[in-house]
Design a protein around this ligand. Structure first.
Ligand SMILES: [Zn+2]
Length: 411
């Protein structure tokens, strides 16, 4: 089946196939074609160009995009979309004055989500998760990374990863799985952190590798959770199974986690609300990308990742949602892009680059996703009629999407 999109007011993010990530000043440019067409054959972008050249092209289906923009779908490189229940009560507790730490100390937080998930069947967990997944697909997400980390027992962590595997098989969007066993310390291991790390290393990891359930490994490297020594152990253990690190680091405190991640060739370092000059220095001359999660800062009222500083230092930056029940109960990447412009002072070009090609890089798929490039997957957003791409982040909180195409299928 071929689809021809005609009369596109502006086709965004047109790139050569060798562009796999954008750093620093490169992020300021968003190459486009005005008055364009784009041709899809099955699941692949096969041609595009100026409308002047379209007359000889035939297709099974034609979509007229007069007044509309076309861009690649969002690549959301950091989510926890597989979870059970929600934490709306803790949301109210926080409004009434409790801190994230207070709530965690009362048995709330991540361990609360883990308790609910442990008591939820795999089918039920799948059903709850795909309702959220279908929603983010209609909001323009065409590739997504999903983490475990709300199980915290071998059985429940494997349950999460099997649900991710099933999603990968049954949905057209691209899915990457990350094992985040070291997300929090389960209550039973409150006074025996090494015991839990040993369980991750000796029980969970071998089984995950055997079933091929994850491509990446993650840890919450943070004061009160897991320190540098724990992180080193987990990343080394992951390496044994060829799991590449993508880690939670510098959310509340900066204490050397970024340099450690770079030393282990991490694909990404995520959060970075706290950042010092040594962290920037560690990222220079590395292949590790910084990932900012502005919806999390918005929801928790914590500082935003200094994205401006990261880009101005010549580094690459990606944007992701962090969709999770505790700190970001939203997977809306349109809001992420808007918030990055409003609160982090990214330009619309930088924010769109960060949420497409650089997001794809942060999950290791930018050779196939994240730009309008011949041979890449046909993952496209067609907007409603709008004046320019600046309007997307500017008119925040509204849905500007008319049509989403994922893997060549109209969603
Ligand atoms: Zn996260």
């Amino acid at each position: 089946m071929s689809i021809l999109i005609t009369n596109i007011q502006e086709l965004l993010q047109v790139r050569e196939e060798n562009t796999l990530k954008l750093s620093g000043n490169q992020m300021k440019e968003l190459p486009t074609i005005k008055d364009a067409y784009l041709l899809i054959d099955n699941d692949t972008i096969v041609d595009f160009g100026s409308m002047i050249d379209v007359s000889t092209i035939k297709a099974d289906k034609i979509i007229d995009a007069t007044g509309k923009l076309v861009l690649p779908t969002w690549c959301d490189s950091h989510t926890h979309i597989v979870y059970a229940g929600d934490r709306s009560q803790e949301f109210v507790d926080r409004i009434n004055g409790l801190s994230y730490e207070d709530i965690a100390n009362r048995g709330g937080g991540i361990t609360n989500s883990a308790k609910i998930l442990q008591n939820t069947s795999e089918d039920e967990l799948y059903n709850q998760s795909i309702a959220r997944l279908k929603n983010v697909m209609t909001l323009g997400t065409g590739a997504i990374e999903i983490k475990s980390g709300y199980g915290l027992t071998p059985e429940a962590e494997l349950k999460m990863l099997r649900v991710i595997k099933r999603i990968k098989k049954e949905f057209p969007l691209k899915v990457k799985a990350t094992f985040l066993g070291a997300h929090a310390l389960p209550l039973e291991y409150k006074d025996n952190k090494q015991g839990y790390l040993d369980q991750i290393i000796n029980v969970m990891l071998p089984q995950i590798a055997k079933e091929n359930l994850a491509q990446y490994i993650d840890i919450f490297c943070e004061k009160g959770y897991f320190d540098l020594n724990d992180t080193e152990q987990i990343l080394n253990a992951g390496k044994h199974y060829n799991l590449i690190p993508k880690i939670h680091v510098n959310q509340f405190n900066a204490f050397g986690g970024i340099a450690l991640a770079v030393k282990h060739n991490a694909l990404s370092v995520d959060h970075l609300e706290q950042l010092n000059p040594e962290d920037i220095k560690a990222l220079k001359d590395s292949d590790t990308i910084a990932v900012a999660l502005p919806s999390c800062s918005y929801f928790l009222s914590i500082p935003y990742t200094p994205g401006r500083q990261i880009i101005d230092a010549g580094l690459p930056l990606a944007l992701a949602s962090d969709y999770n029940p505790g700190s970001t109960p939203s997977g809306n990447m349109n809001f992420v892009v808007s918030t990055a412009c409003i609160k982090m002072r990214l330009t619309p070009e930088e924010a769109i680059n960060a949420a497409t090609i650089n997001g794809a890089y942060a999950m290791g798929i930018s050779n196939q996703y994240g730009s309008i490039t011949k041979g890449k997957k046909a993952n496209l957003i067609i907007t409603k009629p709008i004046s320019s791409y600046n309007y997307l982040p500017y008119a925040f909180g509204d849905n500007h999407i008319d049509t989403v195409i994922i893997n060549g299928q109209v969603i």
